[in-house]
Design a protein around this ligand. Structure first.
Ligand code: AMP
Ligand code: ZN
Length: 489
């Protein structure tokens, strides 16, 4: 039975989906006025691990993620400058080009990290109508007031305001903290629609029943999640920083509109920290995936590094610990390559073809052998609030256990890797291929490459001629679905 820590209630709870065998998952996505930093990427790695775990456990997942492509939707402060405009000016692009540029950069990062793309990726600017309709419902239900040209959400009409964040209601009522915005009746009230810009200049504005302007920060997630997943769904996630304001306000406004409990499970990933400080996208000076790659690391090193910590504990980033993660990952790949050699080429090839999504846990469990006990333990750790470090410990246990038949170990590993996403089998295979390439002389390698070029150009006559030459020189060629392979005769 899968158990997850629900921020709503602060307890580990058995997971019961609304519809058996199906999970609806909404994750707050990136703001695209700058590159994602490695802290942001930790949150997306956590959500990917969550999604893969559900799929591994046999659920059908619908994963929805928004892209905040409007800079001024990113916070409630009444000061500073529109982040999208600032970025556009600095890069000499339009705000629309900026959004596209950083969204592309974000998905390039997530691809390299082997993060599965959500089934639905939705942009804020494509859903302004949905936001307006939702705000109208909130207004009809009496949860709003207008002041200073803006439409506000009135938290005093929503008795459970702050439940997610365990906010102290007496503190909220007293208004002890000074509100920055003098239009607010309570310090925690928030804007649903702005007509009076917070900033000097505004690039993106839309018509609405409240005048020409733009939506408040939180409404996009409520509007897009309910549009794609319905008015009630299973899981909403994001980083822990979203608990006190963004997610608290999302709950208030959505439930004010629908009159129903919205989301059953709230999951939050802890922060990646550096020198005890949190990384901030708006403050600049942060580390990106590209900068790790420039420093000689692979994207998979960062993925592996993240698997070393439970998602609910802070993770301290240092280059020393990333270096240690890289060495461990490379040792693991070496060990997988050794298992492949021990299992024989045919098995390895078959495994490579089925790596990723196709290997099935049941294939292993039908066999007597201790690989299945590692798989059982792996699954138990997953079901215990996604304990990634313990899952990794099972991987090490498995690869080091001489009693397990290499082919069984490989099949179990390729199964576990459906959750870990480390591309263990294909990376080990590439390593073996690279060492096999060393066994060929450069002119033979050149012939193999020329034959591949000929095949790509559908020049099968030349390809056959080169195959004949290679055969005469002691190398056999086989063409398969995953490309061409060679072996020494
Ligand atoms: P943003 O693009 O700034 O809205 O952030 C995208 C995601 O990254 C959100 O879910 C944040 O909660 C999360 N996040 C921001 N900073 C960090 C950090 N240092 N560590 C982990 N997650 C973070
Ligand atoms: Zn959100």
């Amino acid at each position: 039975m899968l158990k997850l820590y629900n921020t709503l209630g602060r307890t580990v709870q058995e997971f019961h989906p609304r519809n058996p065998g199906k999970v609806d998952l909404y994750a707050c996505g990136p703001t695209v006025y700058n590159f994602a930093h490695i802290g942001n990427l930790r949150s997306y790695l956590f959500e990917d691990f969550l999604r893969r775990s559900f799929e591994y456990l046999g659920y059908e997942v619908t994963h929805v993620m928004n892209v905040t492509d409007v800079g001024h939707l990113t916070d409630d402060a009444d000061e500073g400058e529109d982040k999208m405009l600032k970025s556009a000016r600095e890069r000499e692009m339009s705000v629309w080009e900026i959004a596209q540029f950083y969204a592309d950069a974000f998905f390039a990062d997530t691809d390299r990290l082997n993060i599965l793309k959500p089934q639905v990726v939705c942009r804020a600017t494509d859903h302004i109508d949905d936001m307006i309709k939702l705000i109208q419902r909130i207004e009809e239900n009496g949860f709003t007031y207008s002041a200073g040209g803006n439409l506000y959400f009135d938290i005093s009409h929503f008795p459970s305001y702050g439940e997610l964040a365990l906010l102290d209601r007496s503190d909220l009522k007293s208004g002890a903290r000074v509100a920055i915005d003098p239009n607010k009746r309570n310090p925690q009230d928030f804007v649903l629609w702005f007509t009076q810009s917070k900033f000097g200049r505004q690039a993106m504005v839309w018509d609405s029943p409240w005048g020409r302007g733009y939506p408040g920060w939180h409404i996009e997630c409520s509007a897009m999640s309910t549009r794609y997943l319905g008015e009630q769904f299973d899981i909403h996630c994001g980083g822990v920083d979203h608990i006190p304001v963004h997610h608290t306000n999302e709950i208030a406004q959505t439930e004010a509109a629908t009159g129903k409990k919205w989301v059953n499970y709230w999951l939050h990933g802890e922060f990646l920290v550096m020198d005890d400080a949190k990384m901030s996208k708006s403050a600049g000076g942060f580390i990106t995936l590209d900068s790790l790659i420039d420093a000689g690391f692979a994207a998979m090193d960062y993925r592996f590094f993240n698997l070393g910590a439970h998602y609910r504990t802070q993770l301290q980033f240092t280059f020393e610990s990333l270096t240690a993660a890289r060495s461990a990952r490379l040792r693991l790949i070496d060990r997988v390559a050794e298992l492949m050699k021990a299992a024989g080429t045919d098995t390895s090839q078959a495994l490579q073809e089925e790596s990723g999504t196709q290997a099935r846990v049941t294939d292993i469990q039908q066999r007597a052998g201790s690989a299945s006990s590692y798989l059982d333990a792996f699954r138990n750790h997953l079901e215990d609030d996604l304990n990634a470090p313990r899952c990794i410990a099972e991987v090490w246990g498995l690869v080091k256990d001489d009693r397990v038949k290499p082919s069984d170990a490989l099949q179990a590993l390729s199964d576990m890797d459906r959750v870990l996403g480390l591309r263990l089998i294909s990376e080990a295979w590439s390593k073996l291929e690279a060492s096999r390439e060393d066994m060929l002389t450069p002119d033979l390698l050149d012939l193999i490459r020329r034959r591949e070029d000929a095949r790509r150009e559908r020049d099968f006559k030349t390809a056959d001629e080169i195959r004949g030459i290679l055969k005469d020189r002691g190398v056999a060629i086989e063409d398969g679905p995953n490309g061409t392979r060679w072996k020494k005769l």
